[in-house]
Design a protein around this ligand. Structure first.
Ligand code: LHQ
Length: 256
């Protein structure tokens, strides 16, 4: 249910259950977690790209599995499938591009929104589908969405469950940008390739600082920046970045 391939230094991960709009079953959730672990641990992977095969990005939890008496119970679906996925995305020391190729619903929407750079094809859409089936938004949605678009809009989208087009999502500040369908795959892959050649350690430290940005006060955040900047300053990529600038040439970052 998950396909992955290493392309240069990018790990491309595809949700691959197209006839079910890439809805998550347990096996798929665990396989996605394993790919995220691999991305975190392998030094040769310097960026991650996540997209969906077929027409959808991901329709969230497979609802047939959710009500299957022999399937995992609801609380385990949250605690063993989605919570670890969101933490693995936010803790991954590599930039993660979420390339939303089609509809992203429920947990599928909130997994997309947890990415570092979220782009969508013009024909894609986002739905906080939970309220329509009597559930609450999970997969970090109640944390992430208000931070992205503000409390009022998040609350309305989560209660009404309205479908938001890619253009609306971009206007709301929910995603980084919209790409035309014809160039979507090529241009979104290129963003991941670009990130993979950037100073990987600095990007990891940037992500660490951003993870704290809405919960720390200013003084604490300034201290954190100081600490993380010191670490960035010790990297070889910092040396190379400054050297290349002074020599008026393109830097060659190694991620070290
Ligand atoms: C699906 C699904 C799906 C199974 C499309 N499951 N088959 C946490 C805790 C525990 C339990 C529950 O969940 C969670 C987290 C969550 O993610 S809750 C939210 C779960 N997701 C939804 O409620 C979304 C359900 N899907 C939809 O509303 C629609 O399918 C959307 C709006 C995504 C797309 O609509 P359409 O473009 O009209 O496509 P479609 O409805 O015809 O779907 C295509 C196929 O995919 C269809 O299969 P079929 O065999 O009939 O052709 C759907 O049954 C299947 N599918 N989502 N979540």
């Amino acid at each position: 249910f998950i396909q992955s391939e290493l392309q240069n230094q990018v790990l491309n991960i595809y949700f691959n259950r197209p006839d079910k709009y890439n809805a998550f079953v347990r096996e798929m959730a665990l396989a996605f977690q394993a790919e995220l672990d691999r991305a975190s641990e392998d030094d040769n992977i310097r960026a991650v790209y996540v997209s969906g095969r077929g027409r959808a990005f991901c329709a969230g939890q497979d609802l047939a599995e959710a009500v299957d008496p022999n399937g995992p119970e609801l609380s385990r679906i949250v605690s063993e499938h989605y919570n670890p996925i969101i933490l693995k995305i936010r803790r991954c020391p590599k930039p993660i591009v979420m390339a939303v190729n089609g509809v992203a619903a429920g947990a599928g929407a909130n997994i997309a929104l947890a990415g570092d750079v979220v782009v969508a094809a013009r024909s894609a859409s986002f739905i906080q589908a939970f309220s329509k089936i009597g559930l609450i938004p999970d997969s970090g949605g109640t944390y992430t969405l208000p931070r992205l678009i503000g409390f009022g809009k998040a609350s309305a989208l989560m209660m009404l469950g309205d479908r938001v087009s890619a253009d609306e999502a971009s206007a709301l500040g929910m995603i980084y940008k919209v790409l035309d369908d014809e160039v979507f795959e090529k241009e979104s892959l290129a963003i991941a390739q670009t990130l993979s050649q950037m100073p990987t350690k600095a990007l990891a430290l940037t992500k660490k600082a951003l993870n704290k940005s809405f919960s720390n006060d200013l003084v604490t955040q300034l201290h954190l920046e100081d600490e993380l900047q010191t670490q960035a300053g010790n990297s070889l990529d910092y040396q190379e970045g400054v050297k290349a600038f002074l020599e008026k040439r393109k830097p060659e970052f190694t991620g070290k």
